[in-house]
Design a protein around this ligand. Sequence first.
Ligand code: GRF
Length: 223
Amino acid sequence: MSLALGVLVSGSGSNLQAILDRVRAGSLDADIRVVIANRPDALGLERAREAGIPTACVLHADFPRREDFDRELVRLLRQAGVEWVALAGFMRILTPEFLTPFAGRVVNIHPALLPACAGLHAQRQQAEHGVRLAGCTVHFVDEQMDHGPIVIQAAVPAFADDDEASLGARILDMEHRIYPQALQWIAQGRVRVEGRQVVVDGASRTVAGPHWTNPPLETPFDL
Ligand code: GRF
């Protein structure tokens, strides 16, 4: 089954790029129907255009209430035939106006090992706390920020001389691996949410191989 995917971005869109690259390489069975940004200068829009993907920009400031902004997003996503939504650095909190029509079909990537370091500046939070293991998480989206059931996490080491930038780069590298993998599991129909838990059919819940992800990656580490 090809995943009819919409991607929402606010900034650089490097995770979007990773998704686009994996689709092109054949290790992610997704049809990206539209990329929507809430900022006209989001580099993610440019990346989408270069890949020949339809784009839209919806300025949240144009809408008096969050719900109105969300309703417009839903309209555009539906119009594009989107069934699943991937948030990729999308810096807006979504209301039930959005989450109800796409219930259980919205995922996000967060640059920390949730539930630790939710919220903004997660890379800085981890560097300042002197964590020894940092990481990233793909999770389902619910009405609380960075809160829904966890699909996959990757751990990366954090060193004494790391700062926000160096640690963030190491985390981001793993984000680009785990997000396409999580989406591929969804495309394969292998992902089930059971309360707070996510079951990925056929995937073990161990950390195996050289990459500290749980479940282990099945898609190639490098393109
Ligand atoms: C990533 O660190 C992601 O985890 C967070 O926002 C950042 C987006 O980066 N939610 P990019 O726009 O994908 O480069």
